[in-house]
Design a protein around this ligand. Structure first.
Ligand code: ATR
Length: 276
């Protein structure tokens, strides 16, 4: 039996095991996917145990996405640029690191906005998730991605670190709110609005353009406040289920050479989240 896992802290609420174990059953693959709790500071010891276990592959989540880099044998080029890993493949006892978060986000957004490159984009946030998305969209050829972040210097660092050409203005929240009507796509990458703080929103969307797309990487709640407010002003909204499903599908493909049925995965995740 092939064994897979997700490592992180906290880990007990991860939905990845439901998603992958269901796929193993569906495709009749003799494999199992478990949650492995590894605390910050215990990564090296935890990884030694995983190596002895002969895992075929694993996912990496908070707080290990960057800390794991020195323990891997090889890194995929985009993952190296992003500086964070969410998927590891065991290839003949070599651990190869990938990042499917950015590509997962891109796959989800292309479904609702297939012509992305000339769409004026605003990204809220400049943390780890923002970095994967920003680099991946710049790599895809998106021409303009402005950034608004509480800590301005982090946004400046993100802009400076990007190896792909992209035009970026760093904005204050006030400026972003005022000129919101210019944007076709607004990407929300912070944790603001996540359960249980469901009444919080990172930005006032009063000035949003009708038919603009707001995409939030949060999926709990299914409709964060910023999406509710955007929707009531005529925007199109997408929550974080798409990114979650596609990052998982792309990891599955790297491990097993098969792109799984994302409709099935989406239904499964919605069921776990109590949606329909
Ligand atoms: P992740 O890896 O999940 O992206 P992170 O690297 O800690 O997590 O980044 C979190 C993002 O959410 C950052 O953009 C952070 O803003 P700062 O760079 O100013 O810290 C943003 N964020 C989190 N909580 C916030 C809050 N209460 N108000 C404003 N921004 C917040």
């Amino acid at each position: 039996m092939k064994r897979f896992a997700v490592i992180g802290d906290p880990i007990k609420h991860s939905m990845s095991p439901y998603m992958h174990n269901d796929l193993f059953q569906h495709y009749q693959i003799d494999a199992r996917y478990d949650r492995v709790h590894i605390e910050k500071g215990m990564l090296e010891t935890g990884l030694e145990l995983l190596k002895k276990d002969g895992l075929a592959g694993f996912n990496v989540t908070v707080p290990h996405k960057t800390d794991i880099l020195p323990f891997l044998d090889e890194l995929d080029p985009l993952c190296k640029e992003i500086g964070a890993v969410n998927t590891v493949v065991n290839e003949k006892e070599k651990w190869i690191g990938y990042n499917t978060d950015g590509a997962g986000y891109l796959a989800g957004i292309l479904k609702v906005m297939p012509e992305l490159k000339d769409k004026k984009t605003l990204m809220i946030g400049a943390g780890g998730a923002a970095r994967a998305i920003y680099f991946t969209l710049a790599h895809h050829g998106v021409e303009t991605i402005d950034i608004v972040n509480r800590t301005k210097v982090r946004a400046e660092q993100l802009k400076a670190a990007c190896p792909y050409p992209v035009q970026t203005a760093i904005l204050s929240a006030e400026a972003a709110e005022q000129q919101l009507g210019e944007y076709d796509l607004i990407i929300q990458t912070t944790s603001i609005g996540m359960s249980p703080e469901i009444d919080d929103s990172p930005l006032d969307v009063t000035n949003i353009k009708e038919n603009a797309l707001i995409s939030d990487i949060i999926y709990n709640p299914l409709e964060p406040k910023i999406l509710q407010e955007g929707k009531s002003r005529g925007a199109i909204v997408q929550n974080g289920i798409e990114m979650f499903v596609y990052q998982g599908a792309l990891a599955f493909e790297k491990w097993l050479g098969l792109m799984p049925d994302t409709d099935r995965m989406r239904k499964n995740v919605r069921k776990q989240l109590g949606g329909n």
